[in-house]
Design a protein around this ligand. Structure first.
Ligand code: ZN
Length: 355
């Protein structure tokens, strides 16, 4: 069965551009902090906003857009008493994106549950699979081309989400990205090398990193993943420390497609909100560097807008490709952060999850 995403992967010449942040854009048109963005998918007076955001990213050059369903799992919707509408809200999310995308790719966005797995928390693997399957069923019914699991910290949760996706939509490709916002590891301690090993073994169509503490961090993550893939392909076991400076100009290993979706710079908390300082120019530079480091699908995350994606797409299209020699990771991401910034970013995320 033909699939728009697999066709794009197979036929693209150069990097594929994905979209940027959804929450950022919704807040700019009136979504209140703590309100469920997914509800807008079914509110007649709000649907136009969601579609306009999709259209903005498509006009800016995104070849893949993500549905407005990051918090559309029953675990997250339950916080808003919307868990009876999992199917409806996700199907509507997919339909709104599909209506704008034409022949371009619509990815059904699946975010983390926000809960901890047993034994640290109460969530069982089976309950997680069932919850993610319910979300995936709605997204599939609304016409997505693939399922896009993102912002994950726990490999068990990734496995549960992939299993749920495949249960509900066995014909759709699945991709997953994790967030390496804790000194180059996920909050649950997963390294880029371990993540890419697990993601590729799951048979995903692509994998990588998203969100976090800005381009420096994601660039290190993608480099670590590409090096790990190369070592696996060559059968050498030595791993490189994640986040270390780029050691050698060896070309990126081919194979497993890598996704990079960086936040627009480093979040700073101002009046209880995350504010992102990355300009379109900064993100255009990131797009070129992360491409050289081995990313195949390049987009952005929190704090980004169509202006960022437009600058990124233009830079990738019009400026010469950088070589690894030209890409300098000056230092480990953690050393570049302002004191306390990572802690504040974590508190902000925790507030969002609990909201
Ligand atoms: Zn983000």
């Amino acid at each position: 069965m033909p699939n728009r995403f697999l066709d794009l992967l197979a036929s693209h010449d150069g990097p594929i551009v994905a979209d940027g942040g959804m929450g950022t854009m919704l807040m700019a048109v009136g979504l209140l902090f703590g309100d469920p963005p997914e509800q807008w998918n079914v509110l007649p007076e709000k649907q136009a906003h969601v579609r306009a955001i999709h259209r903005g990213y498509l006009d800016a050059g995104a070849q893949i857009i993500l549905t407005n369903s990051f918090g559309g799992s029953p675990f997250r919707l339950k916080l808003h008493n919307l868990h009876g509408q999992v199917f409806e809200l996700n199907r509507a999310a997919a339909e709104l994106a599909r209506a704008e995308a034409g022949d371009r790719v619509v990815a059904g966005d699946i975010g983390p549950s926000g809960e901890l797995f047993e034994p640290m928390g109460a969530l069982t693997y089976d309950a997680a699979v069932a919850g993610f399957a319910a979300q995936a069923a709605g997204l599939a019914a609304g016409g997505v081309d693939l399922l896009w699991i993102e912002t994950m910290s726990d490999l068990n949760e990734v496995r549960a989400a992939v299993a749920g996706a495949r249960q509900a939509a066995p014909d759709l490709p699945v991709v997953a990205t994790m967030t390496f916002d804790t000194r180059g590891f996920t909050m649950m301690g997963v390294s880029p090398a371990d993540a890419v090993a697990a993601l590729s073994e799951l048979g995903l169509a692509a994998g990588g990193g998203n969100c976090g503490n800005g381009p420096d961090e994601i660039e290190g993550v993608i480099h670590g993943m590409r090096v790990a893939l190369g070592e696996r392909a060559q059968g050498t076991g030595d791993r490189q420390e994640s986040g270390s400076p780029i050691p050698s100009p060896q070309p990126p290993a081919p194979g497993f497609p890598l996704i990079a979706k960086s936040n627009a710079g480093m979040p700073e908390i101002v009046d209880g909100r995350a504010v992102y300082s990355g300009t379109p120019e900064v993100m255009a530079g990131y797009a070129r560097r992360v491409r050289a480091l081995g990313a195949d699908i390049i987009g952005a995350c929190c704090g980004s807008t169509p202006d960022h994606i437009r600058a990124m797409a233009k830079a990738l299209r019009e400026l010469p490709a950088l070589t690894l020699d030209e890409v300098a990771l000056a230092s480990a991401p953690a050393q570049r952060q302002a004191p306390g910034a990572a802690q504040r970013a974590r508190e902000e995320r925790r507030a969002r999850r609990g909201a």
